[in-house]
Ligand binder design. Structure first.
Ligand SMILES: NC(=O)C1=CN([C@@H]2O[C@H](COP(=O)(O)OP(=O)(O)OC[C@H]3O[C@@H](n4cnc5c(N)ncnc54)[C@H](OP(=O)(O)O)[C@@H]3O)[C@@H](O)[C@H]2O)C=CC1
Ligand SMILES: O=C(O)C1=N[C@H](C(=O)O)C[C@H](O)C1
Length: 256
């Protein structure tokens, strides 16, 4: 019996000279069902993406570039898998409006591609309604340009949604005087603290506290290889999920 081979997925990587982009180039090149047709850095024309016939665009650039890149992809019917941070509510709703005009095109905005991180955030959010207090500590390499991390923002949003649905009051906090920043920042009512330290890659702890007990969800990415299975999963699934999906959990069966 002859085996059926489907055509490889034609993939363009944007931000190809960056820490994540360089890793994604290697991962796509090594994937048996994909072909890297374009690898662009800052200053390269997006026309290279269409000229190469890319069907999928992986965006691993910088917050100020990503929106224009993704809009270009959608306008050309190219599915986009996006790891870049900076997708606030305004950008997401503008993208949804654009996708409504291109109903066959899919976009995945994944604040974190590491499956362990996605699981830790989902589990922490589910657990958070059973605890009085919740705070997030995210720890990253010092070359990161944004704070708090996209992952921490997403985790805080998931936690806030769970706690609000369960009508859990805000975490108690008696602070009446503080040095600026001592209590971190607030995302949807959840305190987030950002550490930047040489030697780190990407790490996060969600601390849940109740009377006499603490539950901690911690995830560590020690290497950017940890993100690559999620990038490839995104490319393999984005076309069958037209419209906007936020979070890799949208493609996983978490069953929670
Ligand atoms: N979702 C996830 O799992 C992960 C997401 N990230 C996020 O991915 C993004 C990239 O991270 P990282 O690789 O560490 O950052 P880097 O700064 O190492 O890489 C970004 C690269 O994008 C390039 N670039 C900027 N604008 C464009 C453009 N318009 N077209 C093509 N390339 C462009 C930059 O060029 P130049 O150097 O000239 O500016 C740089 O080489 C960040 O937002 C980060 O938070 C990171 C890790 C995991
Ligand atoms: O810049 C990084 O490195 C990372 N960025 C993403 C984020 O902001 O959450 C994902 C991961 O934490 C690594």
């Amino acid at each position: 019996m002859t085996q059926q081979h489907s055509d490889p997925k034609l993939v363009a990587v944007l931000g190809a000279n960056g820490r994540m982009g360089a890793e994604a180039v290697k991962a796509v090149e090594a994937a048996p069902d994909m072909k890297l047709v374009a690898a662009l850095g800052r200053g390269d024309s997006l026309d290279q993406v269409t000229a190469a016939g890319a069907q999928y665009l992986v965006d691993l650039t910088v917050p100020e570039s990503t929106e224009a890149n993704v809009r270009f992809a959608v306008e050309h019917g190219i599915h986009a898998v996006v790891g870049t941070t900076g997708w606030d509510a305004g950008r997401l709703s503008a993208l949804e409006a654009l996708l409504a005009e291109h109903p066959d095109t899919g976009v995945l905005i994944a604040p974190n591609f590491a499956v362990g991180s996605v699981l830790a955030s989902a589990f922490a959010a589910k657990a958070s309604k059973y605890f009085e207090s919740v705070e997030i500590i995210e720890l990253h390499h010092p070359d990161k340009v944004d704070a708090p991390s996209g992952t921490a923002v997403r985790t805080a949003q998931l936690i806030a949604a769970e706690r609000s649905a369960a009508e859990v009051p805000p975490s108690p906090d008696a602070t009446t005087s503080e040095l600026a920043g001592a209590r971190g920042c607030e995302v949807d009512g959840v305190r987030v603290h950002s550490v930047r330290l040489r030697g780190l890659v990407a790490h996060q702890e969600v601390l849940l506290g109740g009377p006499g007990e603490q539950l901690t969800f911690r995830h560590d990415s020690y290497d950017r290889a940890s993100f690559m299975p999620g990038v490839l999963l995104g490319v393999r699934n984005v076309a069958s999920h037209p419209g906007l999906t936020v979070g890799l959990d949208g493609y996983l069966d978490l069953g929670i």
